[in-house]
Design a protein. Structure first.
Length: 146
């Protein structure tokens, strides 16, 4: 009986840890979504809405700079390990730059004056694809030489 009782608390403890880890992961995901939304998507939509006149001179450069910082910050927060975080800066910045460029190209190419929410998904995915592929390539585990 004593072995049964000792096994049950360890199962509960593991479940509590996994619930805490899931909760922490969901909070991190929410923070990253907020950062990406504020630093990448809002400036891009404002740039497209105003025709590039709202932020003043060099509007596209300002949007790209802000988006690259937001993309880099978002990937650094999501990545575990100090070495991996440093390597995640460039792919994150590339993803951040790709979003406004792809969305702007979509609007100009198809002469869109209004965009539906679902309509933005494909250009956003295409814009993040180069940075995402670079991120996956850089984050492959390195096998130690024996």
């Amino acid at each position: 009986m004593s072995t049964e009782q000792s096994n049950e608390p360890s199962k509960i403890d593991t479940t509590e840890r996994s619930n805490a880890d899931n909760q922490k992961a969901s909070v991190v995901a929410a923070v990253v979504m907020l950062i990406v939304g504020v630093m990448v998507l809002l400036p891009t939509f404002e740039f497209l809405r105003s025709g590039g006149l709202s932020p003043g001179e060099h509007a596209l450069a300002k949007v790209l700079l802000l988006s690259s910082m937001g993309g880099a910050l978002g990937t650094v927060i999501c990545t575990k390990g100090r070495r991996n975080r440093l390597m995640a800066i460039f792919p994150g910045a590339l993803m951040g730059i790709g979003v406004p460029l792809a969305l702007t190209a979509y609007v100009l190419l198809f002469h869109r004056h209004t965009l539906f929410k679902i309509e933005c998904v494909l250009p956003l995915m295409i814009g993040t694809l180069p940075g995402f592929l670079l991120y996956v390539a850089l984050m492959k585990p390195v096998k130690p030489e024996s």
